[in-house]
Design a protein around this ligand. Sequence first.
Ligand SMILES: O=P(O)(O)OC[C@H]1O[C@H](OP(=O)(O)OP(=O)(O)O)[C@H](O)[C@@H]1O
Ligand code: HPA
Ligand SMILES: [Mg+2]
Length: 175
Amino acid sequence: MKEIEEILYSEEVVMQKCRELGERITADYEGELLVVGILKGAVPFMAELIKRIDLPIIIDFMDVSSYEGTTTSGEVRILKDLEFRVEGRDVLIVEDIIDTGLTLSYLTEVLKKRGAKSIEICSLLTKPKRRKVFVDTKYVGFEVDDKFVVGYGMDYNEKYRNLPFVGILSEEVYK
Ligand SMILES: O=P(O)(O)OC[C@H]1O[C@H](OP(=O)(O)OP(=O)(O)O)[C@H](O)[C@@H]1O
Ligand code: HPA
Ligand SMILES: [Mg+2]
C-alpha cells in the first residue's frame, strides 16, 4: 500500500501482545472488571484484548472528541457516555494510542469523580515524546516515535482504521 511508509507491527505481533497483556490483566484482578473502550480507535484492539482476559468482564464505551487532522485542539468533550455506573467498580480503560495524554487525563479524572474503585489504562501504543500531561499507564503494548501511525483502529481523517497492522502514514498523504 503506497500510503504506508513502513509497517511497524504486523497482525501476528499485535495478537501476541494482546495475549501477553490479557494474561497480565487476568493475573492482576479478581472478580468483575468494567472494560471501557474509547471510541472509535480502541475498537479493533479491544475486540482482540478482551478475548484474552479470563475474568468476568463487562464492556462499555465512551466517545470523546479532541482531534482534527494530525493536531490536537486540547479540548475534550464527551459525545457518548457510559451505560454502566462506575461507582465501586474496577475500571480498565482501553485505548489505541496515547499522544498528548489530554484525552486520558480528562477521562481518568471524570471516572475518579464518579467513584470508581480503581482505574487503570491499557493502550496498544504510546508516544511518550508527545506528552503534554502525565498519564499513569499500567498496560502498554508498544512505544512509538513521533510519527503519525494508522491501522488497528487508528485513523487519518477517519480512514485506515481497518488495516490489520500498525503502520507509519506517508507524509505525502497529509502534506
Ligand atoms: O493523548 P491524546 O493527545 O489525547 O490523543 C489520543 C486520542 O486521540 C485519538 O482519538 P480521537 O479523538 O482522534 O478519536 P478516534 O478514536 O475516534 O479516532 C486516539 O484514539 C486517542 O483516543
Ligand atoms: O499517530 C496517530 N495516529 C492516529 N491517531 C492519533 N491520535 C494521536 N496520535 C495519532
Ligand atoms: Mg480515540
